[in-house]
Design a protein around this ligand. Structure first.
Ligand code: NIG
Ligand code: FE
Length: 398
């Protein structure tokens, strides 16, 4: 018998046994929507899950890791981050906590710091946040550009992001670049023309911040459809600070996800419920901007697929912690612990249109987190406690 630490030299097959409660997210493997298995074992072969079941039925393997009654969950799938940046916005946060409201304007502070940073500095920052998320159980991380806002700076951000993840998103339309403050239409022309030509080869997704103070519905449509013509799939920052056209546009264009979804009409919810567009909720934003949380209960009751993400960025939500978001979603957004854990794993995978992550099932990538707790419910029950005690990504203990 070896411990989790001994397993670092990954043999061909490894069984993790005596998992108190295993969340598989595959209802055919266990109980309920989480496919929960008690006293479970998982067999890893190379970078894939080879077998899942009860410990007593586990096949022989080259190595065994005794989970000793800890719970295990799929690695978190974080479908929304802005971690290519330099500097921070401590002063803006301080002012906000003294009563000043959040606005999109602060993004320009980070744009200036990011443009001034070297490639090495930006790359080191991304590496640091990727490692920070990994330690907290996140094994898939989407990364956006959006703090460059010139063709060169956006392409640079995307090429750095692409060195760390396959899930790269072009967000040249984060806000209008300062140089174009008097001519937003010309900035949209730049984003949909030369900037997209330079950036599309690095990205899988195209995103836009559809909001007052950023881009209106027509501008957002122009950005997303131009991205589609370059083979990118849309996702939208929608209805974060006010009611607006973002969610309806996301659904109309078949976006993978509408993110934020804080201010929703009944029509918005109905549109999401009758679409394949996931509603990705980002409660770190409402926490860090002292704003009302999105109503996850209303979305779930209407049949909308919900994902959770920390939205790690230096302005509205400077947290990389999915467990923190799970706790907020349960405490303040009407989600059950089961729903929140699902949203942070399988929900994120749906928002990225991935079937190989977000679940622990034969054939899936071997991404899982062991918790220093007997149940996944402790992620909400013990807020702020670092429960993630071991993480495998692609079969390797990290
Ligand atoms: O998702 N809403 C737009 N973008 C980020 C915030 C970026 C910033 O304030 O720097 C978000 O909240
Ligand atoms: Fe965001």
């Amino acid at each position: 018998m070896t411990t989790a630490t001994d397993a670092a030299a990954t043999p061909a097959t490894t069984a993790i046994t005596h998992i108190a409660g295993l969340v598989t997210n595959d209802p055919s493997l266990g109980e309920g929507p989480l496919g929960l298995i008690q006293d479970a074992a998982v067999v890893i072969d190379g970078d894939r899950i080879a077998w899942v079941g009860e410990t007593s039925k586990a096949p022989a393997t080259d190595n065994r890791v005794d989970a000793a009654g800890r719970a295990a969950i799929p690695g978190f799938v974080d479908s929304h981050s802005h971690v290519v940046f330099a500097g921070d916005r401590t002063e803006e946060f301080n002012a906000r906590m003294s009563g000043r409201p959040y606005s999109a304007g602060g993004i320009r502070t980070t744009v200036a710091a990011t443009r001034a940073a070297s490639n090495n500095e930006l790359n080191a920052n991304v590496a640091r946040y990727v490692m920070e998320t990994l330690r907290q159980g996140t094994t898939t991380l989407e990364i956006k550009s959006g703090y460059g806002l010139t063709s060169e700076d956006e392409a640079r951000a995307l090429s750095i992001a692409a060195a760390h993840t396959d899930e790269v998103t072009f967000l040249g339309a984060h806000v209008v670049a300062p140089e174009f403050a008097d001519d937003p239409a010309a900035y949209v022309d730049l984003v949909t023309g030369p900037m997209l030509d330079m950036c599309a080869p690095y990205a899988r997704w195209v995103d836009v911040f559809c909001e007052k103070g950023a881009f209106d519905g027509d501008q957002a449509r122009a950005v997303l459809t131009a991205g589609q013509r370059h083979g990118l799939i849309p996702r939208v920052h929608a209805n974060q600070l006010s009611h607006g056209p973002g969610v309806q546009l996301a659904v109309e264009l078949g976006a993978a996800s509408a993110d934020h979804c804080t201010y929703l009409t009944d029509e918005d919810i109905d549109a999401l419920a009758h679409s394949d567009t996931v509603a990705t909720l980002l409660p770190g934003c409402e926490f860090s901007t002292r704003s009302p949380y999105p109503d996850a209960r209303r979305l779930l009751d209407a049949g909308v697929t919900v994902a959770l993400s920390p939205d790690c960025n230096p302005g509205s939500s400077f947290t990389s912690s999915m467990p923190f978001c799970i706790a907020l979603a349960v405490r303040d957004m009407g989600m059950t612990p089961d729903e929140a854990v699902w949203a942070a794993t399988e929900g994120g995978a749906r928002a990225l249109r991935r079937t190989d992550v977000g679940r622990i099932a034969p054939g899936a990538r071997a991404d899982l987190a062991l918790l220093d707790a007997p149940s996944h419910v402790h992620l909400a029950y013990r807020p702020g406690v670092p429960l993630v005690s071991a993480v495998w990504r692609g079969g390797t203990l990290v």
